[in-house]
Design a protein around this ligand. Structure first.
Ligand code: F6P
Length: 323
């Protein structure tokens, strides 16, 4: 097998806490094994534009606790085209890269999958997205921190809800996945959660709110996953049907920022090192991941598909625990 000599690393798509930790791990593991590392700025777009810089061990000092990504990231439309990918491949060849590490989510892995079919360069993905929607891994880097950030916000909202006795609709991110919504709803003591692809009856929810108020329950938290509907529309309907003051908070991009928590840092460090190990062993066209605390790999073709995970158990628990 040809010895791995030069690798490139990039972050692609939405940033998340822990991407820097993964870049650090990839860089230092590779250099440890005598492999040269090239950092690509602005994800696939930077690969197309030839924005590669050689990194040394010090290039990644003091970044493991920082949110975002020092490499910068982008969503590249050009890379979705064969012509765009051909430009990227030319740059990989120009820099004599024989292994590429892609840190990103679903869209980034789709790009890596297409790239693998069109060039000889080996490619391994590291799941990094707050959405936790990648098949073949229990967790994606950033998702654990995002839950903590959103939960901290919900705890603060609870202070004002109980003081003013209101109904609150809180929208969280996650694209088509209800991972963040379900966890913060349970951990934040919400009364209801709306998840993508799960039908709900707004009349039933309004009836529950009114019935609870009659029993003396004056505040109510409804968490909505962004893929399940608009928090503003849902709040308008609730206010109209119940006549109770209803407010909305859309947590938005705050969930992508902040210092990665300990679990995300450990995960990013492990997956970063494993990505390098896989490339050294000649593996390609796969995403690194973790299942039951063990390092695993999943072909890009499967990792890109929609994650099928039932939230039924957590949802039933939420309904048991509400007052
Ligand atoms: O995929 C990560 C994510 O934060 C999603 O949860 C969200 O739907 C999307 O990115 C937002 O993208 P942008 O930052 O481009 O608005």
């Amino acid at each position: 097998m040809k010895k791995l000599k030069r690798i490139a690393v990039l972050c692609s798509g939405g940033d998340c806490a822990g991407m820097n930790t993964a870049v650090r791990s990839v860089t230092r593991t590779a250099i440890y094994y005598g492999i040269k590392v090239f950092a690509v700025a602005y994800g696939y777009q930077g690969l197309i534009n030839g924005e590669l810089t050689e990194f040394n061990r010090r290039s990644v000092s003091n970044i493991m606790n920082r949110g975002g990504t020092i490499l910068k990231t982008a969503r590249s439309e050009e890379f979705k085209t064969k012509k765009g990918r051909a430009k990227a491949i030319r740059n990989l060849n120009k820099y004599k890269i024989d292994g590429l590490v892609v840190i990103g989510g679903n869209g980034s892995f789709k790009g890596a999958y297409a790239l693998c079919k069109e060039c000889e360069v080996k490619c391994i993905g590291i799941p990094g997205t707050i959405d936790n929607d990648i098949n073949g891994t229990d967790y994606t880097i950033g998702s654990l921190t995002a839950v903590e950030v959103a939960l901290d916000a919900i705890d603060k909202i609870r202070d004002t809800i109980t003081s003013l006795e209101r109904i609150f609709v809180i929208e969280v991110m996650g694209r088509d996945c209800g991972y963040i919504a379900m966890r913060v709803a349970l951990a934040g003591g919400a009364e209801e959660v709306l998840l993508p692809g799960v039908k709900y009856d707004i009349n039933k929810i309004c009836h529950e709110i009114k019935a609870a108020r009659k029993k003396g329950k004056i505040s109510w938290i409804l968490v909505v996953a962004e893929g399940a509907g608009s928090a503003h529309n849902i709040a308008k309907t609730i206010e109209k049907k119940t006549d109770y003051e209803t407010r909305v908070t859309v947590l938005g991009h705050i969930q992508r920022g902040g210092s990665p928590n300990a679990l995300d840092r450990i995960l990013a460090s492990r997956l970063g090192a494993d990505a390098v190990r896989l490339l050294m062993e000649g593996e390609s066209d796969k995403a690194a991941g973790i299942v039951a605390n063990r390092l695993v790999t999943t072909p890009f073709s499967i990792a890109c598909q929609k994650k099928q995970e039932s939230e039924e158990e957590l949802y039933s628990l939420l309904k048991i625990l509400e007052a």
